[in-house]
Design a protein around this ligand. Structure first.
Ligand SMILES: NC(=O)c1ccc[n+]([C@@H]2O[C@H](COP(=O)([O-])OP(=O)(O)OC[C@H]3O[C@@H](n4cnc5c(N)ncnc54)[C@H](O)[C@@H]3O)[C@@H](O)[C@H]2O)c1
Length: 375
């Protein structure tokens, strides 16, 4: 297949490109090499460069998109601005790339550009669920809304049952959960997914939205201080600097290893599924942020102080855990990587890489100044 990967120079795109090339597909990448992610390295990974058709440009630029769409049979739409916290104050910027970029793509497709496109895969996110699924002892399955700042200020970090306001327990979130994004990034991912399905149906193009959880592994940006908590902690621990952990440290994430994510994405691109499908892509394993910080610090010799600060950011959720059983039933996707094993593979790669720059303090300052980081 001729496959267009938007954002293909990024973390997931680079790994995906390698995997699809190995299977004999032809790859076009459309990417604008966003400096926040790529720093000074404004090119594809050298092993990919000779084998890929590269269109340098913005997803919100019609001309670049039109060039990239020529001959495309499959589209994997990854290009996006991805910082949850940053999306709360760089609103127009996030809207432009994530929504206008997707709208432009469909403007072109409905006008006949990309006439050979027979499948679209879009990178959605667990962020569309907000707090996700919980079980209340009295009211069963519930979906709490965003946690009020006044609760978090008092150290009450756990969401409560939306019916009785009592305690409830986080459980794995299925795809049937309602859309309740608590960040603008999450909202853009929700709308992106809905746009792909709406126009997929109009154009008769089978479409799959992959709701990735927290993806990590070798090759993820060490430069971007706005997202990628494991990379941020790795940069700090490597220098023996203090690692600040928000809330009480017991917030948790479903960290899914890059190879598993690529496996699910390749299966989606080459599948013969018809219609529109939303699928969770997670590891099925819950890891607290504090535990992740401890493992990273231990890897680097334990020189950093880990400080649980009680501070909190608007837009952050308490727990993320995906129910990926539908992806198994639909694509026979199953995560193979355990968190600790994947973490060591990531950290060994990070240690060999140039250190990430120290924009993390600046990113925290930006949020503080805007009243989005408190406590
Ligand atoms: N990494 C994760 O944990 C995660 C989780 C859920 C969803 N996702 C989604 O997966 C996709 C890929 O994520 P990633 O981790 O590889 O991110 P990444 O930041 O490493 O890659 C994104 C790529 O998109 C490019 N890009 C950004 N804005 C662009 C624009 N306007 N025009 C053209 N290219 C542009 C960047 O230069 C970069 O190469 C994104 O859509 C993201 O929202 C990622």
């Amino acid at each position: 297949m001729n496959i267009l990967i938007t954002g293909g120079a990024g973390f997931i795109g680079t790994h995906l490109t390698r995997a699809l090339l190995k299977q004999g597909h032809s790859i076009t990448i459309l990417d604008n090499f966003l400096p926040q992610i790529h720093g000074g390295v404004q090119d594809l990974s050298p092993d990919l460069r000779p084998h890929v058709r590269l269109v340098r440009g913005d997803v919100a630029d019609m001309t670049a998109l039109k060039t990239a769409l020529t001959d495309a049979q499959g589209i994997v739409h990854l290009a996006a601005e991805t910082g949850t916290g940053q999306s709360m104050y760089e609103v127009a910027r996030y809207e432009r790339t994530n929504l206008t970029g997707t709208a432009m793509m469909f403007d072109l497709l409905v006008r006949g550009a990309g006439p050979k496109v027979e499948r679209i895969v879009v990178a959605s996110s667990r962020a569309i669920y907000g707090e996700g699924a919980y079980r209340c002892p009295d009211h069963g399955l519930v979906y709490p809304s965003s946690r009020p700042a006044k609760d978090k200020e008092m150290g009450l970090f756990d969401p409560v049952c939306p019916v009785c306001s009592g305690p409830c327990d986080s459980i794995a979130t299925p795809e049937t959960a309602p859309f309740q994004p608590s960040s603008f990034y999450g909202l853009t991912k929700q709308v992106q997914e809905q746009m792909v399905f709406m126009f997929g149906q109009v154009l008769g193009i089978p479409s799959i939205a992959l709701r990735y959880q927290n993806v990590f592994g070798p090759g993820q940006s060490l430069q971007n201080p706005y997202t990628g908590i494991l990379a941020i902690f790795s940069n700090l621990a490597r220098e023996g600097r203090t690692i600040q952990v928000f809330e009480d440290g017991l917030e948790s994430r479903d960290f899914v290893y890059i190879e598993d994510v690529v496996d699910a994405t390749v299966r989606s691109v080459i599948s013969d599924l018809n219609g529109c499908h939303s699928l969770n892509v997670g590891s099925g394993q819950r890891t607290t942020v504090l535990e992740a910080a401890k493992q990273i610090n231990a890897f680097y010799g334990g020189r950093s102080e880990i400080r649980v600060t009680g501070a909190f950011r608007d837009g952050d959720i308490r727990h993320g855990l995906a129910d990926s059983s539908k992806a198994w039933a639909t694509l026979q996707y199953e995560a193979k990587w355990d968190f600790s094993k994947g973490l060591v593979a990531f950290l060994e790669w990070a240690m060999e890489s140039a250190p990430g720059h120290s924009g993390y303090d600046q990113s925290l300052l930006e949020m503080k100044e805007r009243g989005l980081l408190r406590g």
